[in-house]
Ligand binder design. Structure first.
Ligand code: GRF
Length: 187
């Protein structure tokens, strides 16, 4: 049995990537354990997974970023959290916050970074007539979707793909890539 690293997942929405990490973390060989889930949206669907799997969870409003980060830091400390996964977390973290967890915060983005940082990725990918789409797990730095890349998965864009179908196909890959990236970090 590996000594698992106490980790927290930050979410804002559906939490399908959170679910894939929770499921992977049940494997005794998986390097991290999810000790805490934090949402900045009290209605995030992903909080249902926290309840279902009995994982401690907190909602903190991020309207006041300083307050949000102070709340998070204190809760992370209280739970001895050493590693953070952002999974559909829709708020940029400050440089100060990130400095507390250098190379210990990762994120997943639904594009082949460095291409298509930011929102509405799939729509922009199709508009640009790209041949490939995909997803990236990367370290978080203080610039949006710009930290060092850990792993990427590329998929071929079909002629009849829409932003919706592409989102769905990329998301399926995200659910495999995120746990794989976590394993690769701690290998
Ligand atoms: C995913 O596409 C992720 O790459 C992006 O936001 C979406 C979140 O989906 N950052 P979910 O909340 O994990 O279902």
């Amino acid at each position: 049995m590996v000594k698992k690293i106490n980790s927290c997942v930050l979410i804002s929405g559906k939490g399908s990537n959170l679910l894939s990490i929770i499921k992977s973390a049940r494997d005794y060989n998986f390097p991290i354990t999810i000790k805490l889930i934090i949402s900045n949206n009290k209605d995030a669907y992903g909080l249902k997974y926290a309840k279902k799997y009995n994982i401690p969870h907190k909602f903190y409003s991020s309207k006041n970023q300083n307050q949000f980060e102070r709340n998070c830091l204190s809760e992370l400390k209280k739970n001895s959290i050493k590693f953070l996964c952002l999974a559909g977390f829709m708020k940029l973290l400050s440089k100060d916050f990130i400095n507390n967890f250098k190379y210990k915060i990762i994120n997943i983005h639904p594009s082949l970074l460095p291409k298509f940082k930011g929102l509405n990725t799939h729509k922009r990918v199709l508009k640009n007539k790209e041949k490939y789409a995909g997803c990236t797990v990367h370290y978080v730095n203080y610039k949006l979707d710009s930290g060092n890349i850990i792993l990427q998965k590329k998929i071929f864009i079909k002629n009849n793909d829409t932003a919706k179908s592409l989102k769905k196909r990329v998301l399926t890959q995200e659910h495999k890539l995120y746990p794989e990236a976590i394993r690769s970090i701690f290998k």
